[in-house]
Every structure is written in structure tokens, then in C-alpha cells.
Design a protein around this ligand. Structure first.
Ligand SMILES: NC(=O)c1ccc[n+]([C@@H]2O[C@H](COP(=O)([O-])OP(=O)(O)OC[C@H]3O[C@@H](n4cnc5c(N)ncnc54)[C@H](OP(=O)(O)O)[C@@H]3O)[C@@H](O)[C@H]2O)c1
Length: 239
């Protein structure tokens, strides 16, 4: 039998598409009352409309006023999942300062501010799931900013877990996952990326949305796990 989230309210920031959408769908299937958070309210509504018991809210993790407004509007939530990212993948010699700051804003500072506004509205049994990524453990240009922001997310999970206890805070570190975000590369480049990923992990395949959504739901229910980063990457760090 799968997890039962009946009576639990789960906010998924970045829940209108890709991995966030998969987590929102899985949480709804488990009986949760889901809140789909996205920068574009119409996209959040469109995603929420496809789920059994879901509402939509505008939330931009780089805009503290929108986080505060969403928290005040929702009142309380049991679990928060945050998938936001703004990657700046260029060689260090080509870094743009504002895009570098934006990358930290989306992945590190934004989730900190979500914790600031939502933790006081969460029960002691609540949890937060952050998104790190395998690039943190595989230094390779031009992914330095991505690697460092993902690494910071992992530390953020541990520090928030300590400060917000007994609310649990954990991170998922996906490997390369066919989430939908890679569609922007075009068919050929995406195919090559996923094939390369399959060759560079122990599972011999790229990750799926299901792999990550399963891990997120498990972390939501794992009452004795806090401060951890769960690597859902097919063993890529050991290949
Ligand atoms: N897919 C992979 O292979 C992979 C690998 C390693 C790590 N990860 C991590 O997993 C997470 C999810 O990745 P993904 O594959 O689903 O694709 P993604 O393109 O990173 O998705 C980001 C999500 O966050 C939303 N978002 C972006 N900026 C936001 C902001 N300022 N405020 C609120 N929401 C914002 C996006 O929606 P809108 O743009 O519509 O607002 C989208 O729903 C990311 O943190 C990513 O770094 C993914």
C-alpha cells in the first residue's frame, strides 16, 4: 500500500511543471490537499485543475513579498517542497554577476525565505523538501555555479533541519532526469544528454519523474529522517 497523505496539505513550489508537477501529482494521488505554487498563477491553476484536490497560488521565491503573501493567504501547510532553479552554466571567465546572484536567489536564498515565512505556520510533524543536484558532487565546467548552489542546498537542509526542529528538512539530489526541462535542448541534444547520463551512472539509464516523485513522497513520510540529502542519481557519484 502507498503512502496516505489524507488530511495533509502539501505546497509544491514550482509545482506547475517538470519534477514539481510530478511531486504534486503523486501527493494528490496519496490523498493530500495540494497547493500548486508557481510564478505564473495561470500555470499553477492549469496544473491544479488536473489534480483531485488542489488549489493554486502565486509564489516567486526571488520575491519575498510574494512568499509572505502566499504564507498569509494559505495560513498553514504540513509539508513544503521547493524545486525552483535559475541555472547559470558558463565558464567562470564568462560569469555574469546578476545571473550568478539569481542562481543563488532561486536555489538557496529563496528556499531560506520560504522557510522563514512558512515554518511558523507548520506543525511539529511538518517537513520541507529542497532540491539539490548531482552537479554538486561532480565538478565539471561550465557547471561551477550549478554545482555550488546545489552544494549549498545540501548544507541548507542540514542547517534548517537543526534550527527548525522538530520540523524535518531534507534535500533530494537528482541525477540527470528526463523531467521535461531538457526538452528545451531539442530532440537530438536531449537524446544525447540522456544517453550520456545512462552511461555515467550505475543504473544504466537516466532518471524519471517517477523516480524523483517517489523519493519526495518518501521523504515527506520519513519521520525519522532529517537534515539529509538523498541521492536519487542511479549511483552516478560512484560510476
Ligand atoms: N532535471 C534534472 O536532470 C535535474 C538534475 C539535477 C537537479 N535538478 C534540480 O531539480 C529541480 C527541478 O528540476 P526540473 O527538472 O523540474 O526543472 P527546472 O527547470 O529546474 O524546474 C524549475 C521549477 O521551478 C520553477 N521556478 C523557477 N524559478 C522560480 C521562482 N523564482 N519561484 C518559483 N518557482 C520557480 C519553474 O517554473 P516557472 O519557470 O514556470 O516559474 C519550474 O517549475 C531543480 O532545482 C533542478 O536544479 C534537476
Amino acid at each position: 500500500m502507498g503512502m496516505d497523505l489524507t488530511g495533509q496539505r502539501v505546497l509544491v513550489v514550482g509545482g506547475s511543471k517538470y519534477l514539481g508537477e510530478a511531486v504534486a501529482r503523486k501527493a494528490a494521488e496519496a490523498g493530500a490537499s495540494v497547493v500548486v505554487g508557481a510564478r505564473a498563477l495561470d500555470q499553477a491553476r492549469a496544473a491544479a485543475d488536473t489534480l483531485a484536490d488542489a488549489t493554486a497560488i502565486r509564489i516567486d521565491v526571488t520575491d519575498e513579498a510574494s512568499i509572505a503573501a502566499a504564507a498569509a493567504d494559505l495560513g498553514s501547510v504540513d509539508h513544503v517542497v521547493i524545486t525552483a532553479s535559475a541555472h547559470h552554466n558558463v565558464p567562470v571567465t564568462d560569469l555574469d554577476k546578476s545571473e550568478t546572484v539569481a542562481a543563488f536567489d532561486a536555489k538557496v536564498i529563496g528556499p531560506l525565505l520560504v522557510a522563514k515565512h512558512f515554518a511558523p505556520r507548520m506543525p511539529p510533524t511538518g517537513s520541507i523538501v529542497l532540491f539539490s543536484g548531482v552537479a554538486a558532487w561532480s565538478p565539471a565546467p561550465p557547471f561551477t555555479v550549478m554545482g555550488v548552489t546545489n552544494g549549498a542546498v545540501s548544507f541548507l537542509a542540514t542547517h534548517l533541519a537543526h534550527e527548525l526542529a522538530p520540523i524535518r528538512v531534507n534535500a533530494i539530489s537528482p541525477g540527470i532526469v528526463d523531467s521535461g526541462t531538457w526538452d528545451a535542448l531539442g530532440d537530438e541534444a536531449k537524446k544525447n544528454l540522456l544517453a550520456d547520463a545512462a552511461k555515467s551512472n550505475l543504473a544504466g539509464r537516466a532518471g524519471t519523474r517517477e523516480d524523483i516523485a517517489d523519493a519526495a513522497l518518501w521523504l515527506i513520510g520519513a519521520g525519522f529522517v532529517s537534515g539529509e540529502t538523498i541521492h536519487v542519481e542511479g549511483g552516478a557519484r560512484y560510476a
